[in-house]
Design a protein. Structure first.
Length: 286
């Protein structure tokens, strides 16, 4: 049977596709109009923020910033507000990218080491961290699902604890040196920790990895009647290592999803303060 052409109506739509890209079209129209006006204007002093177009684009840019910041308020409103949350998020993304063009044209490509330049740099930092957030929230949830499968982080940790218990039991049949390695693997292996540790997926200094390497090296010195226990212990540690990899990957994915918020929110507040200083400086000192 022939497959129907066109988009699949059952496919989940993301916030980037909201309203058939209505906010992308709106942001594109604003950018196109701003570029056209910038190209057509011919001020005698050359383009800069003090021309009529500079003030117009500056006002438009300030309104966009306030609109983007309102998303934080809208997300915390329990009562239904104007528009859907997905619609606000879609507008937030596309208008945020369009703001870069509007602000650049507002400045007439003229920036200095002053509060005006600071506001522009902060705007780029806010938009850049926002773009990272969009990429993270589009790509990482699928990776989290693929990594965990039917498990959760809690069930992975329970399975790791069970393997530690089995490993300590099997190690009792082996020399004390092996028991020391297994105990260190059980007590010193951690998942998570500080932000830097959370973001790392590879832990070459992991006590379990080190214990497994040393245990394999010790295998050649064990007696024949201990070989089976040694193989069983190695298998347990290999399984534990695989579970640790999945657990640390899950922690890393989630940390990367949250990382942008630690940058985006403080930078947004700093941008609001710099924007206020920029506006006050223009109206009172220019």
């Amino acid at each position: 049977m022939a497959q129907p052409l066109g988009p699949d109506p059952t496919r989940h739509r993301t916030f980037l596709e909201y309203g058939r890209y209505v906010h992308l079209k709106l942001a594109g129209a604003l950018v196109a109009a701003s570029l056209l006006a910038y190209v057509l204007q011919r001020p005698s002093t050359g383009p800069y923020g003090g021309t009529w177009l500079g003030y117009t684009l500056g006002t438009l840019g300030a309104l966009i910033v306030l609109l983007l910041l309102w998303l934080g308020v809208r997300k915390r409103q329990y009562a239904a507000g104007p528009g859907t949350l997905m619609g606000w998020l879609s507008a937030h993304v596309y208008l945020g990218v369009g703001l870069v063009v509007v602000a650049t044209l507002h400045a007439g490509f003229q920036l200095g080491w002053n509060v005006h330049g600071l506001a522009y740099v902060l705007m780029l930092a806010v938009v850049g961290s926002g773009i990272y957030g969009v990429v993270a929230y589009v790509r990482l949830p699928r990776r989290i699902t693929d990594n965990l499968g039917e498990d959760t982080l809690d069930t992975l940790m329970l399975k790791i604890a069970d393997l530690d218990r089995d490993a300590r039991r099997v190690a009792l049949e082996l020399p004390n040196e092996v028991n020391t390695l297994v105990l260190a693997s059980s007590q010193a292996t951690h998942v998570g920790g500080g932000l830097r540790q959370q973001l790392r997926m590879q832990h070459p200094d992991c006590p379990t990895t080190l214990a497994l390497v040393q245990l394999m090296a010790l295998g050649v010195r064990l007696q024949d009647d201990q070989s089976q226990a040694h193989r069983t212990l190695c298998e347990l540690l290999v399984r534990k290592q695989a579970l640790l990899t999945r657990a640390r990957r899950d922690v890393a994915y989630r940390a990367r999803m949250q990382l942008w918020l630690y940058l985006h929110v403080p930078l947004s507040i700093a941008l609001l303060a710099a924007l206020a200083a920029h506006i006050l400086a223009v109206f009172f000192y220019w």
